[in-house]
Design a protein. Structure first.
Lengths: 285, 277
């Protein structure tokens, strides 16, 4: 009996510690960004000016980076979605059980590759290609970032869609077959419409993931704090933090402004996640 | 005829998509292995980086050990806390409200961009708590990053344990502690190990959380958790940035990728085999 109590105490203590630490993070980041928000107000972060956190008259606008973060992720989802859904259709409806079992692990392994490897490949292959074939002085661009990120989020989109589609196939295959409906009719008029909400949720989830990606994107987008154009350089919020944190003196306005940028990124991701749970509410099949 | 061609277009779309996806996957794996595989030798694995820029000759031994150290600290901290939390939520948490609060905290941590976690760890662990740039600081940040990953999987697995078995155990007067220890955890162990290993692979590949908290451009293999260390992922990033000879870059990428693939592959196999698939 005594051991029972001790065990329960340990479990509760560890849980409390975990929740305390995790809950503390958001407050900590909020507290560290306060001086920056106090300096220029929340609105000061979204003015149409250049990011210039040092000097006598610092400007903390990160509007170009906010746009770039959304732009690059959105681009990635637009590129990855048709390919991802197509692959999921292939895995769940076209490939047989054996082929599916053989191929599915590659999707999981792809999801496990480190982002710096994706960034490296992007630099060597995508950026290199742009420079050779599009006569761009530098291939580093929002499009390169979008393409690399698209490859990274592809496995997530495929997994979400595949799971849903396999479920739909399983529950309707017998009735569909007995009605003599062809497989493609079934995919087109049953599987895809029924999976549409999950596909949407998966796409938005992938968007959120993309917004938080640092290394791979940072290595191929050129990192200029300007508004994003398809073939121009830009800089996302994670890239901004990663590149400037090392040089910002602790406690300076620059330092607090980078925390504020992180805080804004968290809020952006949180907003997108809210959208996901809103979509998912209606997706229960 | 018209209808048939419409469906054919559908088939073509799905087959082309799949072909493209798998082509990209194989291309990445193949390209790096092909270009970097030749570099992997005992000398490369067991020597320290040398030359200028650093890493343009010699090996990557300290980075391999460093990566393992970061991953080890992260897994140790995160698995202990995450498994406890999962057990608490599944077996001890009596209140719905408390449950949803804990879940909310875990889910919002899962949604934290890793670079922001690095920012947090830099100020709290490195500066305020005085751990300095070290294996401990970096490992703790990575631990926070993989905590939700482990917790979610373990909790899901614990939820799959048959209710009948639990009820029988309780009905026989077996205590909750003994039931959890001897029945629940023992049954779930392979999948728990698999989840922790997958999380370890995830931590090993991460760069952003350790840039400011633990990884340095050059260090000896870490002697204690308070010393700074090299890490394969960060070393790869540094090599690319300073324009080191490409065969060393590909060699480093190959070793990092093979390590992670081995961990993930083992985890996937381990978890599956024991589920009787």
């Amino acid at each position: 009996m005594k051991r029972d109590k001790v065990f329960e105490f340990i479990i509760k203590a560890f849980t409390l510690v975990s929740v305390a630490i995790l809950g503390f993070i958001i407050f900590f980041i909020g507290a560290e960004s306060l001086p920056a928000f106090r300096h220029s107000g929340v609105a000061g972060f979204f003015t149409n000016e250049r990011w210039h956190p040092m000097g006598t008259d610092p400007v903390l606008s990160i509007l170009p980076m906010v746009f770039a973060t959304v732009y690059v992720s959105f681009l990635a989802v637009v590129i990855a979605l048709p390919i991802g859904v197509g692959t999921a259709v292939f895995l769940s409806c076209v490939a047989g059980e054996a082929a599916r079992r053989l191929l599915k692990p590659f999707i999981d392994l792809m999801a496990g590759l480190p982002s710096v490897v994706f960034g490296f490949m992007g630099l060597m292959v995508v950026v290199g290609y742009f420079e050779r074939h599009f006569s761009m002085s530098s291939g580093e661009s929002a499009l390169a970032g979008g393409m690399v990120l698209a490859i990274m989020i592809l496995p997530y989109i495929i997994s979400t869609c595949d799971t849903t589609m396999v479920g739909i196939m399983k529950s309707y295959k017998t009735s569909s077959d007995s009605l003599g409906v062809s497989k493609w009719h079934m995919v087109r008029y049953l599987v895809l419409p029924a999976a549409s909400r999950s596909v949407l949720a998966g796409a938005v989830l992938a968007l959120a993931r993309g917004m938080g990606e640092t290394m791979a994107v940072m290595m191929v987008i050129g990192n200029s704090p300007i508004f994003p154009r398809l073939l121009g350089k830009c800089e996302t919020i994670p890239a901004l933090i990663a590149l400037e944190m090392g040089g910002a003196p602790v406690g300076s306005l620059h330092y607090h402004a980078l925390f504020a940028a992180g805080f804004i990124l968290i809020i952006m991701r949180f907003a997108v996640s809210m959208l996901v749970s809103h979509i998912k509410k209606g997706a229960d099949l | 005829m018209d209808k048939k061609s419409k469906y054919n277009r559908f088939l073509i779309w799905s087959v082309l998509s799949a072909a493209l996806t798998f082509a990209v996957a194989f291309f990445i794996l193949g390209y790096i292995l092909l270009k970097g595989g030749g570099m992997v030798s005992t000398e490369f694995l067991l020597d320290s980086p040398k030359g200028f820029p650093l890493g343009s000759s010699g090996g990557i031994y300290p980075a391999i050990i460093g990566s393992l150290a970061f991953t080890g600290v992260a897994c140790a901290v995160a698995s202990l806390l995450a498994i406890s939390t999962a057990v608490y939520l599944k077996f001890y948490c009596g209140s719905r409200r408390l449950y949803s609060i804990v879940r909310l905290v875990i889910e919002s941590t899962a949604g934290m961009p890793s670079i922001v976690l690095g920012l947090f760890g830099y100020t709290l662990f490195v500066l305020k708590m005085g751990f300095g740039v070290s294996v401990l600081s970096g490992g703790l940040v990575l631990g926070i990053m993989i905590f939700p990953f482990i917790e979610v999987r373990v909790e899901k697995r614990l939820g799959e344990i048959e209710q009948d078995m639990l009820l029988s155990s309780y009905a026989l007067g077996v205590s909750r502690y003994y039931t959890i220890k001897r029945l629940v955890l023992r049954k779930a162990l392979p999948d728990i190990i698999s989840a922790v290993a997958l999380a370890g692979g995830f931590a090993m590949g991460a760069t952003a959380p350790i840039i400011f908290t633990g990884a340095v451009i050059y260090a000896k293999a870490p002697e204690s958790i308070m010393s700074p260390a090299m890490a394969l992922s960060y070393h790869l990033y540094v090599l690319i940035g300073e324009g080191a000879p490409t065969e060393y870059v590909y060699g480093t990428a190959t070793v990092l990728m093979l390590l992670i693939l081995a961990i993930n592959g083992a985890a996937m196999l381990f978890g599956k085999v024991n589920r009787g698939e």
